[in-house]
Each structure stands twice: as C-alpha cells, then as structure tokens.
Design a protein around this ligand. Sequence first.
Ligand code: ADP
Length: 472
Amino acid sequence: MNILFVATELAPHAKAGGLGDVMAALPMALARAGHGVSLVVPLHRGLKRAGEFRATSLEMEFPAGGKMERARVWQGKRGGVALWGIEKDEYFDRAQLYGEGGGDYPDSLERFNFFARAAVELARYIEPTPEVIQVNDWHAALVPAYVRALGLPMKTLFTIHNLRYQGEFPAQDFRKLDLPEGIFRPEGLEFFGKLNLLKGAITLSDAVNTVSPTYAREIQKKEHGCGLHDVLRGKGKWLSGILNGIDEEVWNPATDGELKKNFRRGNLAGRLECRVALERETGLEPANGRPIFGMVTRLVREKGVDLVLGAAGEMVQQGGRLVILGAGDPVLEKALTELAGKHPKQIVVRTGYNEGFARRIFGGSDFFLMPSRSEPCGLTQMYAMRYGAIPVVGDVGGLHDTVEDWNLEKKMGTGLRFEPTEKGMRGALSRALALWDTPSMMKLIRQNGIKKSWSWKAAVPAYEKIYRSLVG
Ligand code: ADP
C-alpha cells in the first residue's frame, strides 16, 4: 500500500508535542512492514537548518488564498520513508511552529491552507500515487476538503491527536480558502455558523481514527467531545482508536546519551546515579530517603497542572521533592514559578522546552505525575515507565489504556490511576507515599513498567486494516 502522511510536526527538529514523536515513528514502522510511505511537512526553520532535507528543482504552482502561489519542494529520507518539505519562508521560517507568547500566529489559516493545498498538489505528483492520505490534526485538516473538491481518487484517513484544537475561524474567513461555496455547509466545514477545520476533516474524510481506544469512546460523549461528540458518533464504524507506540530505540535508558549513567531493566544501579544527578542538576536538597516526583508537560489546563499546584504543599510536607519541566500558558508558568519560589529547596520548576532535561526527569524521578483531565494517548507516561519512573496518572483516555492501576493483593500493576479531581489527586499522593514506604512493592511495580513493550509493531496491523477497508 502507498500512504502519504500529512502533518505539521516531525521530531526532533519540529516538535511541539506528541504529534512530532508519532510522525517520527509510525510512518517508519509502516515502511518497515513493506509499505511505500511518504510524509509531507512544512519546511519549518528547524527542519530547514537541520540538514535532513535538501532543496530539489521541483516547484509546484497552485491557487492558495485567491491567487496563484508557488512552493519549492525539499526532500529527505528517514527509515525508509520519503520525506517532503514544503518551503515557503514567509509562512514557515519562524521561531515557533504555531505561535509565540501563548497564542497562535494571526495568519494561521493562511499558513495551513497553503500547506494543505500544497500537500494535495504533492499527492498528485509523487509516484506511485498514494492510495491513502493520512491527515493529522487541524493544521492539516483542509486536505480531505481539497481531495474532494478536486475530485482526486485517494482515500483519506483523518487522525485526531487532540480534539481540543479545532482550527475555528469566523465564517467570512471561508473566502480565504480555495474551495467551492458548497463545502461551507454543516456536512462540510461549517459548524454552528463558524469555519471549523477539524470538524470539516471529520465529515469529509473517508475514515477517522484517534490515538487510543478509550479516547475514541470518550470523545463520542458530551463530556469529552469538545462539542463534536455528535459529529464523531455520526462516523459510526468509520471511527476507531489505535494506541500509539513509542520509538523504543530513541527512548532507551540503556543508550540515552542525556543520562548521567545508562541502565537497563535487569540492572537499575545506574538509575540511582541518575537520581542523584537530577538532585544536583536542579539544586534540590537531597531527598534523604523521600520520593522525587517529576513532571514534563505542555502547560495547559487539560494536563491538570492546577491539581499539582494544589497538591504540591502536601508533597513537600511529606518530605517529597518535585521537579517540573513545562512550557505553554504564561499564567500557569507564573503560578508554578511562584510555587517553586516558596519552596526553593524542595520544588524546582523550569520553563521552556528542553528534551535533555525531560529525559533526565524520566530517568531520575521516582514517580511521574500526569494528572490529565483528558489525554488522547499520552507518550510521556510510556517514556516514564521505560525509564523506571512510576506513572501517577488521571484515569482518562490513553492513560487508562497504558497504565495498569496497582493492585496490592494481586501484586499487579504498572502505576497509579486516579480520577483527575483535587480529591483524586490527594488520594493518589497518599497512595504513592504509602507505596514508597514499601520498597519491595516499589521495586515490583517499577519492574512491571520497565518490562512492558510499547513498540509501534502493535499498531501497524490496526492501521493496515483501516487502509484495506478504505481501498478495498
Ligand atoms: P502532548 O502531545 O499532549 O503534549 P504527549 O505525552 O503525547 O503529550 O507528548 C508530549 C511530548 O512532548 C513528549 O515527547 C514529551 O517528552 C515532550 N515535551 C512536552 N513538554 C516538554 C518540554 N517542556 N520540554 C521537552 N519536552 C517536552
């Protein structure tokens, strides 16, 4: 099968969250299984500078924003996947992928309309012609609309990595697109009088999937549907959930160059050194036999950052330490920085994006906090388990599917799950502290987590099944 992925992130040089990691792994896993796989991304500044892509002589011309536009195409290759980069410096040579200072760039619609239209043009150009175009999240979400409007034969699969970000714009902005009037209807891109790109992709694509089975069920209900539960339910059997994997080579404590000492599942001696190194690096007072809680996250409400703010005092009182790495909402950044200011020897907060530090948190903390209120899949809990940190997670979405709640009687489980409320967070904290006081149980649960495999191999047959049902 020939598949073209369309996405706006590719780790490590163009990554804002999990989407970047997924694009650096799933297409490659499909290529390893024998498929012809391509991936097209905007040629963001980080990608252009990294040297993985090279300029080609191919220049595409197409209408975008009501005029004829041109885009130079760049090319690269990774793990058997043909990489294509759409060059348009005016739109993509920027400091960030989506925006600076907490908001989106004001010309987001123009940028991602251009990208989607260019990606569809590329789909017509590459050989062999892709049978399926797999479109990811709202930034790429105009692709199914253009495939339909141009009458192209490719089937489209729309993958939702996060339903919360929909690409909503005022109705009059529809004029900025290069689509026939008829597509601005409830069966297309219109949603309650607004232009809604994600919703348009749900209705206009041939199939939709999301990144965990539980999230696929949750989003069909009002509570987690972000307003789109009825639209999603309308997809019937064409909506499914496939659990993400992780790249077990890239995320491997036995080889990770960012760790003070490497370690593997049979011998965790090196992990103790990583723990001490984390205390030193952060300037924390040595935990002296008490646990270190870690957190690596985008700072947004859905990640439950406020729940950690509420529980941090108790954590410190019980002798615990807290290390947080996060970037995002300036209000949450400020609240966390103030919290750390109150407990400078027990709580460390670093803002900004820092993958090396993230890895050292996975490798050096005892518990990994992820009190999400909603989580499509989540990758960090899997990284944490692989690096020996015990996940303490909100019982939602992909966290429900990947973290098995510890059962003391059966001595089974890989972490702690709780209802993501203040009360739930307090309960989880006391369970974690009780567990900490029983080292043999800590060891067991940590080993259970480390032993798990999160390889992408499991997802490949599930995607193949969808492609086959689309192509027939
Ligand atoms: P989401 O996509 O919702 O942000 P995921 O858990 O699926 O959540 O993926 C987040 C990815 O981004 C992980 O690879 C995580 O390590 C990384 N990440 C998040 N915040 C930071 C940060 N401040 N610095 C470095 N890496 C981060």
